[in-house]
Design a protein around this ligand. Structure first.
Ligand code: ATP
Ligand code: MG
Length: 346
């Protein structure tokens, strides 16, 4: 049976400090749902509440319509891979992965088959007899995942499972996690503070900011319509332009307090190269950031610094710092910001 999860107006505080404010989310069966937000925004706390290791001050948690807020962790059929893997260091890979099955009293021959199957799924067949301290960080991470799925949980929780891996291993492991999750069809919550990771892996994302969910949606929706200045700044790179500066950017007929323009949506050219064009503004290149596949120009437009990104194709010749440039933004690339999470903070 699948698992539909519901957080219903969950509030949690520690020592009088509210760390989760009125969290309500519905997570669909088989979904890979991500909690994304900066450090300290409450992601782990919410996972621990779902797993049953913490009690909310108020609000309820439901799985498939059943209120489990007061059910003990063992009875929730939830497996959690912790932020710091928490493998048993004095045990072998086999002993780690089989642990949950043994606790549940599964017969020895079934344990062997199940462990072999799970190790195979995380591409660690042949590692069963290794000690944990004989494994690399990436391998340990995969053992933690194998241990979590061995008990056939209804829900899988992965708390920053890639944070200890190097950049390249993170890339491959995240795609493997997504494939494994889809092939098992298991409802999964993935926690990260890395927006790029969240966008590549998730079906949907909830963006957290200071214990609140400020946006929920598919990666495309959130990136393309960030709606608030915090989301625009946290997910991908952006230029946020306030109403009082609209005229400097040729944004004369825009009805909003703020807009977001993505750096790659601005066309940039050396000013001398072009004739008369509408919907444009000028500036001067102050700094150039070379990123390999792209070049990020930091351009001063009167008193405002903005970012403009150009893809570095083989033939692209970078404009030099100090050059006066003309920029154009197509109307469809101007995203209205209708709420401010940052302003509320101040
Ligand atoms: N047991 C606790 N006692 C007191 N405060 C706590 C406790 N656990 C968490 N907190 C506080 O609650 C807030 C949210 O913590 P949480 O661990 O959920 O953040 P997070 O989003 O997982 O951060 P990170 O990305 O760094 O893991 C933090 O301010 C933290 O200091
Ligand atoms: Mg955490």
């Amino acid at each position: 049976m699948g698992s539909i999860l519901l957080f219903n107006q969950v509030i949690k505080s520690y020592d009088g400090q509210t760390v989760l404010h009125d969290i309500s989310i519905k997570i669909n069966d088989g979904e890979l749902f991500t909690f994304l937000g900066p450090s300290g925004c409450g992601k782990t706390t919410l996972l621990r509440i779902l797993a049953g290791f913490e009690k909310p001050d108020s609000g309820t948690i439901e799985i498939n319509g059943e209120d489990i807020t007061r059910v003990t962790p063992e009875k929730r059929h939830i497996s959690m891979v912790f932020q710091h893997y928490a493998l048993f260091p004095h045990m072998t890979v086999f002993e780690n992965v089989s642990y949950g099955l043994r606790v549940r009293g599964v017969a020895e021959k079934n344990i062997r088959a199940k462990v072999a199957q799970c190790l195979d799924m995380v591409r660690l067949d042949g590692f069963a007899q290794r000690d944990i301290n004989e494994l690399s960080g990436g391998e340990q991470q995969r053992v933690a995942i194998a241990r979590a799925i061995a008990v056939d949980p209804g829900v899988l929780l992965l708390d920053e499972p890639l944070s200890n891996l190097d950049a390249r291993l993170r890339e491959t492991t995240k795609m493997e996690i997504r494939e494994l999750q889809k092939s098992l069809g298991i409802t999964t919550i993935f926690v990260t503070h890395d927006q790029q990771e969240a966008m590549t892996i998730s079906d949907r994302i909830a963006v957290f900011h200071s214990g609140r969910i400020v946006r929920t949606g598919s990666p495309q929706d959130i990136y393309n319509q960030p709606q608030s200045d915090f989301v625009a700044g946290f997910i991908g790179e952006s230029n946020i332009i306030e109403k009082k500066n609209f005229n400097r950017f040729g944004l004369t007929s825009v009805e909003a307090e703020m807009v977001c323009i993505r750096p790659q949506d601005i066309r940039i050219m050396e000013e001398t190269q072009v004739g008369d064009l509408g919907g444009r503004f000028t500036g001067r290149i102050i700094r150039i950031e070379f990123r390999g596949s792209a070049i990020m120009y930091h351009v001063l437009v009167e008193t405002i610094m903005i970012k403009v990104m150009v893809f570095n194709t083989g033939s692209y010749r970078s404009i030099l710092p100090g050059t006066a440039v003309l920029m154009i933004v197509p109307t469809h690339a101007v995203k209205m910001i209708t709420s401010s999470n940052i302003a509320r903070e101040n």
